[in-house]
Structure formats: structure tokens, C-alpha cells
Design a protein around this ligand. Structure first.
Ligand SMILES: [Zn+2]
Length: 583
């Protein structure tokens, strides 16, 4: 009897202790909120700065351009590099994409607080706000719960755009997705759901308390002060009764009757700001940057067309490179510098369909945009980062595939099991699964079929994201110091902030590095902004190369009573012991 009571007592404490220390399956650990991730970033920064000389820490970036290839993993980069080379008439493998020549490269971990495989809005919150957060929430820390309006009030986190505006810099967003979509939304929005792009998507009970993302963009700081907004997604700006100017049968989606495009124009007029709204390429081309300080361009009803399908005429859409050039023509006017994000947002969409052609083509469209930016900015005073929010389940492989083999085509040999051909590029899951499997034409013409769906191992209506680390390429002040090794994605904006003297590092440019130990001596005049990189700068535009467990549930004591409850805890302690020992 005594033994039974003792066992029950032990079981009670096992449950209490377990409940305190091990989070429920899929739930974030306690206290991993904004301050936790800020501190993790400080630790990561100190690690990278501790062996640098004081003089090496002095360079600072006046400008920052952050390129985000949505879904751009290493396999996509390699395949796109080969495609670019092959399009130039070369074999391809030895080609260099623009970011291949950057002097710094690192890897970023993309998990979300409650998800092993990252998702765009939570990854973008890490990448833009420096805080890891929950799946499908945006601009909040882990206290924000999906679709819980109330939880978003106390969990909002600022972004790089907030920090840049505080420092007097101009700011801009360029994307070929809807401007209210997951990745750009992290720059200005705070929402318990990435899907609340307009009020029709916000549950009626939450509408009074939680603004949709489009309204946040035009009414709140920092959105209303962003100089350049170029992308798609008019449907979230227009009321239900208004017809789209291009897709004239389509109506806006707003239920509040507001036309936010008109409201954006009115707000700028009220504040006597030089502003213009455009919605096709011809109008964008006519912009006089000297007469425009605020530019809104919404070029499509939903996402902009894939580059492969784009109408490049005056009544069509600008390319990502066109938009990047227009944005820079306005942002470069600010003597205090600027912060610009350029998103190649549709790489992800093509990969979701196992359509490698468009995924690679979109990657190359982003490279073209990077080359456009490199031609306009001075890399000795501009930090340029190229990275991704998360990867995809795409891979490339083959047995003795010869150099120069068409990257989008079938391998040179057939399968040694079924004797059928297969493509070099394959997917782990997605719509490319079929039984019998999809067999590509055993000719190189398959490589030219832009609608080709590549084979996948597991059937899904659309492919999932990939969970491996994503690359981070960096060029510019402090690039080689700060962007090296493996770090959490949430470190990236803090490193950018350190380089550009933003946020908690804003006084660094005045010589007050309150961060790495003893304050540096104040520097006279402007901070020096040179870093020795592999890229020389002669005052001329530069062109580089040619032409992106919380499975603790296993260890959790079941709430049901019984001796079983103890076993996992004991196993856990043994496991922890082994783990501690091994590390
Ligand atoms: Zn995606």
C-alpha cells in the first residue's frame, strides 16, 4: 500500500515537473519571445566580432538591399546557375551567378517556433524582424497565436523598416507577389494570420480589433511612411463593387467599401508629399524620380505573372529588374541612405507545382534584378544580402551525367530498375507523382517545355517546403565578418542592423559601439565606409559576373494515470544524460 502511494506521489510530481519543463507537442518553448531571440542574435554577433580589431569594426553600410528568393534553396541555386550558363551557350556548370562572386556566404536555419519546416510569413518575421515566431503568423513573436486576434496586441515586433525609418533612411519594398503577401507583410504588418490580407479574410468577431494587412500598410507606421511599394495584389485594396482595371470582370475583395489606393494617394496629398500611383509598365517607365518621393505600383489583381508569361509591353507589367531600378532611382536621393527589400516571390510558387522551368526562370529574374541593383549602388557603402525564407523539396541528381547536359531535361541514362528515363531535377513530394511514374520524353526537347512537371516521390496536390538550411550571400561593409558560419535566420536582421547602424546599433556610427565591449572612440566626421572585399570599386557602376524535436511529445507523460507515465520521464532523463555526455 505504501509502495502504491509512493508511486502515485512520484507519478504526480513526474507530471508536474514534466508539464513545467517539456512543452506540449508542436508548442513553442516558454519565454522564447522577442527578447530571447534578440539575445541569441547578440551572442551570435559577439562570436563573430570578438576576434576583430577595433578598426575592422568601423565600416558601416549607408544603404542596404536585401534580396529574398522565396523558396530558394541550394539545389535551386545550382540548377539556376547551370540554366543561366546554358542559356548563354555554355555548358553551364562553371558559370557564376551574380551572388556566387560575393565574398561572404553563410547558412541560416529556417525552422519556425512551432514547425520543423519553415513557412514564409514566420520565416520572413525571422528574416525581417529578428524574431522566430509561429507558423503562419506575421510580425509577432511567439506569444502571438495563429488566428488569435487578442494575442497579437502584446506580441508585435518591429522590422528592419521600422529601424531604417527611425534612422532617417528611405525605405522600399519590391516584390512580384501581392504586396500584402507573407514575405513583404513581415516588413510592416502584425497579424495572427498571414491570410488576413483584406478585411473579408478577417473573422467578423476580430474585424474591429485587428486591422487587415492592407489597411496596416496604408494607415500604420511604418507602412504609411514607406517610399516605394511595387508589387501585385490590387484585389486587397479595392472594394467589392470596384472592378479591376485589367481583369475587368474581377472585383475588389474589401467589405468595408474602402478604396485603399485612393486613400494612399489622399494621405500623401494631405501630408504634402510628392506621390504617384501606377499600375502598368508604361506608367512606371514615365516616372520622374525627381518629382516623386512616394511611389505605389500595383501591377496585377493578384500575384504578378511569372517572368515566363509576362507581357513586357507598355500595358503589361514591369520585370523585377525594372521595378528594382525604379525603386532605386527614388531611394538613392536620400543622403542618409536607404533600405530596400527585393523579393523574387514566385520561385516558391513554381516549386509548389513541381514546375522546375518557372522556378529556375524566376531565380534568374531575381539575379537580373540583382545585377540591375549592382549597376546603381556603390558596394563599398551598400550592404547587399541575397538569401531565402525557406527551401523546397527539389533536388538534382544523375549517374555519370555528362557536363553540359540540359539541366531541365532527362538524365542521359535510363533507370536501372524500370528502364525508363527520368529528369535530372526531381522533387520529394508534390503533383509530379504518378503510377506509373511520369516519364519524360527521352530527348532534350523536354528541357524546353516550360510547363513540364517534374517527377516526385510522394503524391501531394502541391509540394511542401524544404526544411534544410538556406544560403546567405553578402557583399559590402562587414559582410565577411558578420555573414559567416551557421546561424538562426533571426540573426540576419540584427547583423544588417549592426552593419548599417540601425535599431539598437544606431549609435555605432557615432563611435558608440555599446555592444562589443568598451565604447569605441568617437570618430571624426562620417564613419569610414570601406571594407576590403574581393570586389574593387572605381567609382564606376560595378558588374559582378554575368548576367537565392519539438517532438518532445515522445517524452511527454500522458495525462492519463498509470505506471506508463513514469517510463517516458525515466527514458527522458537517460536520453538527456547520454545527450549531455555526447555533446
Ligand atoms: Zn511556399
Amino acid at each position: 500500500m505504501v509502495a502504491v502511494i509512493w508511486l502515485k506521489w512520484l507519478l504526480f510530481w513526474a507530471i508536474v515537473v514534466d508539464g513545467k519543463n517539456i512543452p506540449p507537442q508542436g508548442q513553442p518553448e516558454k519565454n522564447q519571445d522577442q527578447e530571447y531571440w534578440y539575445e541569441q542574435a547578440r551572442i551570435a554577433l559577439r562570436k563573430r566580432l570578438q576576434y576583430t580589431m577595433e578598426s575592422e569594426r568601423r565600416p558601416y553600410a549607408k544603404n542596404v538591399v536585401l534580396f529574398v528568393g522565396d523558396g530558394l534553396g541550394v539545389a535551386t541555386v545550382t540548377a539556376a546557375r547551370i540554366l543561366r550558363g546554358q542559356r548563354l551557350g555554355k555548358k553551364g556548370e562553371d558559370h557564376d551567378l551574380a551572388w556566387d562572386s560575393f565574398p561572404a556566404v553563410a547558412l541560416a536555419k529556417t525552422f519556425n517556433m512551432d514547425a520543423q519546416i519553415g513557412e514564409s510569413s514566420a520565416c520572413a518575421t525571422a528574416l525581417m524582424c529578428g524574431v522566430k515566431t509561429n507558423f503562419e503568423t506575421v510580425g509577432l513573436d511567439a506569444k502571438g497565436r495563429f488566428e488569435n486576434c487578442f494575442s497579437s496586441f502584446s506580441s508585435r515586433v518591429p522590422s528592419l523598416i521600422d529601424w531604417a525609418q527611425e534612422s532617417g533612411k528611405s525605405t522600399g519594398i519590391v516584390t512580384n507577389t501581392r504586396i500584402t503577401h507573407a514575405t513583404p507583410a513581415a516588413l510592416y504588418g502584425h497579424s495572427p494570420s498571414r491570410y488576413w490580407e483584406d478585411d473579408s479574410k478577417v473573422p467578423p468577431a476580430a474585424r474591429k480589433s485587428c486591422k487587415d494587412l492592407a489597411r496596416q500598410l496604408i494607415e500604420n507606421d511604418p507602412g504609411r511612411n514607406i517610399n516605394v511599394l511595387l508589387g501585385g495584389g490590387r484585389r486587397h485594396w479595392l472594394p467589392k463593387v470596384a472592378h479591376d482595371p485589367e481583369l475587368t470582370k474581377e472585383e475588389g475583395r474589401r467589405l468595408d467599401g474602402r478604396n485603399l489606393i485612393d486613400d494612399w494617394v489622399r494621405d500623401k496629398k494631405k501630408r504634402s508629399l510628392k506621390a504617384q500611383y501606377v499600375w502598368n509598365k508604361g506608367q512606371l517607365d514615365q516616372i520622374d524620380p525627381n518629382q516623386v518621393d512616394y511611389l505605389l505600383g500595383l501591377f496585377s489583381y493578384s500575384h504578378m505573372d511569372f517572368e515566363a508569361d509576362r507581357d513586357p509591353g507598355a500595358t503589361g507589367d514591369p520585370s523585377l529588374a525594372d521595378m528594382t531600378r525604379s525603386a532605386l532611382s527614388i531611394l538613392l536621393k536620400n543622403p542618409k541612405g536607404f533600405f530596400l527589400v527585393v523579393e523574387g516571390g514566385r520561385i516558391d510558387h513554381a516549386h509548389h507545382y513541381n514546375n522546375a522551368y518557372r522556378a529556375l526562370d524566376e531565380t534568374l529574374a531575381m539575379e537580373t534584378a540583382l545585377l540591375a541593383a549592382l549597376a546603381l549602388v556603390n558596394p563599398t557603402e551598400t550592404l547587399i544580402i541575397v538569401t531565402s525564407d525557406h527551401s523546397h523539396v527539389v533536388t538534382m541528381g544523375g549517374q555519370a551525367t555528362p557536363r553540359g547536359h540540359p539541366i531541365l531535361g532527362p538524365d542521359s541514362k535510363v533507370s536501372d530498375v524500370d528502364g525508363q528515363p527520368y529528369t535530372t531535377i526531381l522533387y520529394g513530394n508534390g503533383p509530379g507523382f504518378a503510377t506509373p511514374r511520369i516519364v519524360p520524353m527521352n530527348t532534350t526537347s523536354a528541357a524546353e517545355d516550360r510547363n513540364q512537371v517534374h517527377g516526385s516521390a510522394v503524391p501531394r496536390q502541391w509540394a511542401t517546403h524544404g526544411g534544410e538550411d538556406v544560403p546567405v550571400y553578402a557583399l559590402g561593409p562587414l559582410a565577411t565578418t558578420l555573414f559567416a558560419g551557421t546561424f538562426d535566420q533571426s540573426y540576419i536582421p540584427h547583423a544588417i542592423a549592426y552593419s548599417a547602424c540601425l535599431g539598437e546599433h544606431r549609435l555605432r556610427c557615432q563611435g558608440l559601439d555599446n555592444y562589443t565591449g568598451a565604447p569605441l572612440m568617437p570618430l571624426s566626421g562620417n564613419c569610414p565606409s570601406q571594407e576590403i572585399t574581393s570586389v574593387a570599386h572605381s567609382g564606376q557602376p560595378i558588374v559582378i559576373a554575368s548576367s537565392v524535436m519539438s517532438d518532445d511529445g515522445q517524452l511527454r507523460v500522458k495525462s492519463s494515470s498509470g505506471g506508463d507515465g513514469l517510463k517516458p520521464l525515466w527514458l527522458a532523463s537517460i536520453w538527456v544524460t547520454i545527450f549531455t555526455f555526447r555533446t
